[in-house]
Write a protein that binds this ligand. Structure first.
Ligand code: MTE
Length: 370
């Protein structure tokens, strides 16, 4: 895709100053303004210590067949790596994570056993760090995780720029074990920790005219090698979007943790929106902006190839993909990597049909709204 076209598309959802630079300035100012806003609105006070979080030393290369160190075998405190979770000290988030509850509804079951953490954190798609599945675990430690702010704007009454720790501090955190189905026909089962996106959206009071939610992820070419590469496969920043009713659905989760800890950098730290009934690419990592809008927002993979990746991209076995059959999936079942998988049937809406199918009543999900 040509640079000009990209800029035109991005500018439909993103003011030029944001997507072309000055991000650091905005983030820093935001941290202050956002904290103040929340204190005013919700009586929150911040207990955090802010600091830079770039890991001290690069991790050893992760091999899919032999996962690198995992939380159950942590590296020493002085040797941080992307195989460890986001570990910057912000006491508020850690207190919240420690006190998270566990969902009684979204749990593992005989079919859906939790994927070993060593697989979920070393076999990743995070194109900003490279296209090989092991690249994110190798390179994501370069991402600076604090300060981090999230802008919520567009068609809402109480938008603003929020420091991440203040933003999360207003919500009780819950662990939910969700299935993750990638369009590449592999799948995992991951215990996320987060809160419902609808609770966040309600706080900013969407206007009646808001129909969609556009999500933009971080743009930092100096920290994300693919963003500065001449040979990049997709254009950045990575953007995603949902219809407002999809974003307000109780299944849509704003996540800040996984496997009982903070999110790992390679899985989208410090904040990832998880939409479990859609293909994995609809769950954006390292989100910096959420915009309420009345127009269907552009989305990265749809811009890349509209024929292959629709805006909706619900997991829907009856709609085949030109490169991956979608009727079954390779489920990772144990540590040991790529070959420890079993093939299982793919379920419509990734098994969440009883909760979400009504959102698409009367819509042709095969030919039109795919
Ligand atoms: N978000 C960003 N910013 N960049 C990406 O490349 N990849 C998507 C999605 N979110 C991606 C992203 C894809 S294709 C998938 S399958 C999931 O993240 C993978 O999430 P996981 O690595 O936590 O399993």
């Amino acid at each position: 895709m040509k640079e000009k076209a990209r800029n035109e598309k991005e500018s439909q959802v993103t003011p030029q100053a944001i997507y072309q630079g000055r991000r650091r300035f905005v983030a820093t100012a935001a941290a202050v303004a956002g904290g103040a806003w929340l204190v005013n609105q919700y009586g929150l006070s911040s207990t955090k210590e802010k600091g830079q979080t770039v890991a001290q030393s690069p991790p050893p290369p992760a091999s899919p067949s032999k996962p690198a160190a995992t939380p159950s075998a942590p590296a020493s405190a002085t040797k941080k790596s992307a195989t460890q979770p986001d570990s910057v000290v912000t006491s508020g988030l850690d207190v919240r994570l420690a006190g998270h509850s566990k969902s009684t509804r979204y749990t593992e079951n005989a079919r859906d056993k939790t994927t070993p953490v060593g697989i979920a954190t070393t076999y990743n798609n995070f194109y900003e760090f490279g296209t090989d599945k092991s690249d994110p675990a190798r390179h994501a430690h370069r991402l600076t995780l604090r300060p981090w702010s999230v802008t919520i704007d567009g068609l809402c009454h109480r938008g603003g720029v929020f420091d991440i720790d203040d933003l999360v501090g207003a919500h009780a955190l819950e662990e939910r074990i969700y299935r993750l189905r990638c369009v590449e026909a592999w799948s995992m089962v991951i215990p996320w920790i987060g809160f419902e996106m609808r609770d966040l959206l309600k706080r900013v009071e969407p206007m009646a005219s808001a129909k969609y939610v556009a999500m933009q992820t971080v743009y930092r070419p100096d920290e994300m090698p693919q963003q500065r590469s001449l040979f990049r496969t997709i254009e950045y920043p990575y953007v995603e979007g949902l219809r407002l009713d999809e974003a307000m659905h109780p299944l849509t989760l704003v996540t800040v943790g996984m496997y009982g800890q903070r999110l790992y950098p390679q899985n989208g730290a410090p904040i990832k929106v998880v939409v479990p009934w859609k293909y994995g690419f609809k769950s954006p990592k390292s989100v910096v902006r959420i915009t309420l809008t009345d127009k269907q927002p552009p989305t990265t993979w749809n811009m890349q190839s509209a024929r292959e990746y629709g805006f909706y991209s619900n997991v829907y076995p009856a709609r085949s993909h030109p490169r991956w059959q979608q009727t079954s999936e390779r489920r990772f079942i144990s540590e040991g990597g790529l070959f420890n998988t079993k093939r299982i049937e793919t379920l419509p809406f990734n098994g969440y049909g009883s909760e979400v199918a009504h959102l698409y009543q009367g819509m042709d999900l095969i030919n039109r709204y795919y």
